[in-house]
Design a protein around this ligand. Structure first.
Ligand SMILES: Nc1ncnc2c1ncn2[C@@H]1O[C@H](COP(=O)(O)OP(=O)(O)OP(=O)(O)O)[C@@H](O)[C@H]1O
Length: 282
């Protein structure tokens, strides 16, 4: 379990975190979304004990993350691999640092090699890999020791569909085994596929949290009705009631009706403006 309470962090004039609170239970995937600069990576760095907050607390299984580093797996946003060592050696290095014994390490490497499609290049140096192969290697290094808290910062950025699919499958599997997972992305369909809870960050804090259905239900949709030759378009949070009302108030011929629900693109665009109600932000 991962819990952040009221974190603040200032970098010179920039208030990167400003009362950031978030709790992720074992077995839960929280998709952390928000525009560039919202504070997502700053929070992840604190959860991984790579930086300290100015105020507030963050705990992993009730403890300071710096004391339980072996329980945390992190795949940073930017590729951070050792160019001169191989994919297998990365897994051996990170697994060894986390205290895996030889037999455990060997079976964890075999499992991830298959799950993340690493077999063809497992003995190639990281510096010689393609971008997608490097992404998979980075994920493998984060996953090798079966951490109870997984911090994945845009793990599919620039990845092809095969890499994306393999990663999402492993993330789902790890959540099923009880890991608490933070997953940042700018691509909301991934979070629907992961059945993640979505937490929306803006200006250094979480301003909304819920399933994609919860968040979409707070956004307006559109009703388009064509009466004789006139098209009427109404933006509404309750398209059904709006449509009935429109039909009741008009006695002209209805020649076309269309209800347009808000889409994930609308949800992503809404992150920039304050359209979302704040709810259950614990
Ligand atoms: N080490 C640092 N020094 C100075 N400013 C920083 C530092 N790290 C982050 N910031 C600033 O803090 C704010 C939050 O940055 P952060 O990287 O956490 O955002 P983000 O939500 O992860 O954005 P993105 O979607 O672009 O990855 C930004 O304004 C950024 O410029």
């Amino acid at each position: 379990m991962l819990e952040a309470i009221d974190l603040t962090k200032r970098y010179g004039p920039v208030q990167a975190l400003d009362g950031f609170s978030l709790r992720v239970e074992a077995g839960e995937i929280v998709g952390l979304v928000g525009h560039n600069g919202a504070g997502k990576t700053t929070f992840i760095e604190m959860a991984a004990s790579l930086a300290r907050p100015d105020t507030g607390t963050v705990t992993v299984d009730g403890q300071d993350p710096g004391r339980v580093r072996g329980r945390i797996g992190i795949a940073p946003q930017h590729i951070a691999l050792y160019r001169s060592i191989t994919v297998r050696e990365h897994m051996e290095l990170f697994g060894g640092l986390a205290g895996l014994r030889r037999a455990e390490l060997a079976s964890a490497i075999d499992e991830l090699a298959v799950a993340l499609h690493l077999t063809d290049f497992i003995d190639r140096r990281a510096g010689l890999l393609s971008g997608g192969q490097q992404r998979r290697t980075q994920a493998a290094a984060a996953l090798i020791h079966r951490p109870s808290v997984l911090l994945l910062d845009e793990p599919t950025a620039g990845a092809d569909p095969e890499t994306r699919g393999a990663l999402l499958d492993v993330v789902k599997q790890r959540a099923g085994e009880g890991a608490a997972i933070i997953y940042t992305t700018h691509y909301l369909p991934e979070l629907v596929e992961l059945q993640a809870t979505i937490a929306v960050a803006r200006a250094g804090r979480i301003i909304a949290r819920g399933t994609s259905e919860d968040l979409l239900s707070q956004l307006p949709g559109e009703v388009l009705v064509t009466l004789d030759d006139e098209e009427i378009r109404v933006t509404t949070t309750d398209p059904g009631a709006t449509l009935i009302d429109l039909l009741k108030r008009n006695d002209r011929n209805v020649t076309a009706v269309e209800l347009r629900k808000p889409s994930l693109d609308d949800l992503y665009r809404s992150l920039a403006v304050n359209t979302m109600a704040v709810n259950d932000v614990s």
